[in-house]
Design a protein around this ligand. Structure first.
Ligand SMILES: [Zn+2]
Ligand SMILES: [Zn+2]
Length: 315
């Protein structure tokens, strides 16, 4: 992963990444148990008030689990490395999504991206409904492509996104491993859409579709679905995005249409190979509590060091 000044993306600690074949479970810490219990309580409370997220997750589990058992790609045992961490993310997802949404709302306002949105409003209003839908989907997808790409290349954003990439095994439950602030960085895109007056159902619908595609993309299934490779995101496509192999670094950023990777030169789908190794070399911890704190670790000293380096370059 490229970075301009290394310390901001690579906290300096002694670290030896776990072996990809390592199948230990993540350690049971008191913090993991507490976050899981709080997450389950929050999910139960939100379900009581009509939030269906937890039922959707249960439904997705019922669909995904047999698919991964029947058409399994990598021989990952049920109790694989850090499964407990990802289950904790799944249980806490309604609470984490809520926390991320609060931060996203603030970022959406202060990003001022609703201002250029307002400039486009008359144009959007003049479009027939079908064209507004087509333009909305394409624009949303290309903006998310670039936000995702910057999450890999801007060191500060990578700290948050590295949590998602830290999983050593891809399966449906690993798709839940997202730092709540990672998704919040997409807020300027939503601000632009709201400012431009796109139908709220387009943005809301696309956000929901992204959530489901997120789980589909990580499935541990051996389907190649080759005819679809260049048309729509497949698990094979996203597995290459997660591959910790030099030839696959910074590729396949698209979250819906691979078209953007083809256009911007980051498409990578070798016909005769399959990704073998997932994860990152960054020292991302194994448990959820530490992962949520990870992006902030040494952040202040990293900023100080960066300022010093900038001054030295300017002088
Ligand atoms: Zn990524
Ligand atoms: Zn992913």
């Amino acid at each position: 992963m490229s970075s301009v000044i290394a310390p901001l993306s690579r906290p300096v600690v002694s670290w030896s990444p776990p072996d990809p074949a390592d199948r230990r479970r993540s350690p049971q810490t008191r913090r993991t148990a507490l976050i899981t219990a709080l997450g389950v309580t929050a999910a139960a409370i939100s379900a009581f008030f009509g939030n269906e997220a937890i039922f959707v997750i249960a439904f997705l589990f019922v669909i995904s689990w047999p698919l991964e058992r029947i058409w399994r790609r990598h021989p990952v045992p049920v109790r694989r490395l850090a499964l407990r961490t990802d289950l904790a993310y799944a249980a806490a997802s309604p609470a984490l999504i809520f926390a991320g949404t609060v931060v996203a709302a603030v970022l959406a306002v202060v990003s001022l991206m609703w201002l250029p949105g307002l400039a486009f409003r008359p144009l959007v209003r003049s479009l027939p409904v079908w064209l507004e839908l087509v333009v909305g989907v394409l624009l949303f997808d290309v903006l998310i492509y670039w936000t995702h790409r910057w999450s890999h290349t801007v060191p500060l954003l990578w700290r948050f996104h590295a949590v998602h990439h830290s999983t050593r095994h891809l399966d449906w439950v690993s798709g839940f491993r997202n730092h709540p602030l990672d998704g919040a960085f997409m807020a300027p895109v939503f601000a632009f859409f709201i400012g431009a007056g796109f139908d709220g159902r387009i943005t809301g619908g696309l956000a929901a579709v992204q959530f489901v595609i997120g789980l589909w993309a990580h499935l541990n299934v051996r389907w190649r679905l080759r005819p679809l490779h260049r048309i729509v995101l497949t698990p094979d496509f996203h597995h290459w995005h997660h591959a910790n192999q030099p030839e696959a670094h910074n590729t396949n950023f698209s979250t819906f249409l691979p078209l953007w990777d083809i256009v911007f030169g980051s498409y990578y789908m070798p016909a005769d190979q399959r990704p073998q190794r997932y994860g990152v070399d960054d020292p991302v911890p194994l448990t959820i509590g530490r992962q949520l704190a990870y992006p902030f670790r040494g952040l202040r000293s990293a900023f100080r060091e960066r300022r010093r380096a900038r001054r030295a370059t300017a002088g």
